[in-house]
Design a protein around this ligand. Structure first.
Ligand code: BMA
Length: 339
């Protein structure tokens, strides 16, 4: 295949390792995983489910830090190479639009996306129940919290990196107040990032065992010549609890509520000790993917066992060819998703 990445920009310093000869999957792990170990900051026991982006000459990230009292907040990290991270010791302090301090009672699973010159952080927080919180920054010094896009209960929100058809687009996963034994991905539109509507169903859990309980958006969609490439999590239930794997989907470029191709197989599933063993065993939870337009290289950051961060690699050609070859999108997936 000859897939083109669009508008992702060149990233010659993207973290990278070539595919090992014995790897049988379209995603391969960084040999030095996990890249963030336990107790990375004083007062923070675990960092996982976190999002990074290129910034200035290196990388910046928003990290889910589980404090030693068990409450998660978002921490800022900087890196020269995207692999070794320096974290700020204090959690990100938000302000509201009136300029007063704002701090949710907890914040977890942040995603990070740049739209024009503004970076948006999207996470899960309490607002009379778990829902999506959002803030914006242009300098990673001042973080202005904006209105919550949705009512409770909702999790796993991911913004597209540009407007589509004149509107901002936000993927999310309506849920319940607990561990949510169900869940499909929906998309909502907004002209101003404040009022969200035109809600459409994008895709649901499937009959395939690795994603037959629930799914949730993962990484910011990457624009390609085949459509929007997104890595998401698919969950199954076992007699020993949930198992989270990484799946791949390609959404229509102009109508992203329509799935073009959806891979029947997981792309990565818990196999390594740092994915199988931890605070919550058997979790691979993708939250960020960065790409180099010149080479088609893609680096994926994923939470491992609610305890660590892992890095996995692929190329646009390799992963999209795999998704197309194993496409199992249903008629419902391919539809506009409005009943
Ligand atoms: C989900 C979220 C994730 C977590 C996963 C496994 O519901 O809370 O943050 O990684 O469960 O515990």
């Amino acid at each position: 295949m000859n897939v083109k990445l669009i508008r992702t920009g060149n990233l010659p310093n993207i973290p990278w390792q070539n595919k090992p000869l014995d790897c049988k999957f379209p995603l391969w792990r960084y040999s030095e995983n996990p890249i963030v170990d336990r107790n990375p900051i004083e007062g923070v026991a675990r960092i996982f489910n976190s999002a990074v982006m290129p910034y200035e000459n290196g990388f910046i990230g928003v990290f889910r830090g589980e404090q030693v009292n068990g409450i998660p907040f978002i921490y800022l990290g900087r890196s020269k190479d995207g692999v070794h991270w320096d974290f700020e010791k204090d959690k990100i302090q938000f302000i509201n639009e009136a300029g007063q301090p704002f701090m949710p009672s907890y914040a977890y699973d942040p995603r990070l996306v740049k739209i024009d010159d503004t970076y948006y952080i999207i996470w899960c927080q309490d607002s009379y129940g778990a829902t999506i919180g959002m803030a914006k920054t242009t300098d990673f010094k001042t973080f202005t919290r904006v209105e919550n896009p949705f009512l409770p209960f909702n999790r796993n929100a991911v913004l597209f990196p540009r407007k589509i058809g004149g509107n901002f687009m936000l993927l999310s996963r309506p849920s319940d107040s607990g561990h949510t034994p169900f869940g499909d991905i929906f998309i909502s539109e907004s002209k101003d990032m404040e009022f969200w509507g035109r809600h459409r169903h994008v895709m649901g859990r499937s009959e395939r065992w690795w994603e037959n309980l629930k799914i949730g958006s993962g990484t910011t969609p990457i624009e390609t010549s085949e459509g929007w490439l997104m890595f998401y999590h698919g969950v199954t239930n076992t007699c020993n609890g949930y198992v989270y794997s990484i799946g791949g989907v390609i959404l229509d470029i102009d109508e992203p509520s329509k799935v073009k191709y959806r891979c029947e197989n997981f792309l990565l599933t818990p196999e390594k000790w740092y994915e199988e063993r931890g605070f919550v065993p058997n979790v691979c939870f993708p939250c960020a993917a960065i790409a180099d337009e010149a080479t088609g290289r893609i680096a994926i950051y994923y939470g491992c066992a609610d305890s660590y961060i892992g890095l996995a690699f692929t190329t646009a050609d390799e992963v999209i060819e795999y998704i197309l070859t194993h496409d199992a999108a249903s008629d419902d997936d391919r539809s506009y998703g409005i009943l």
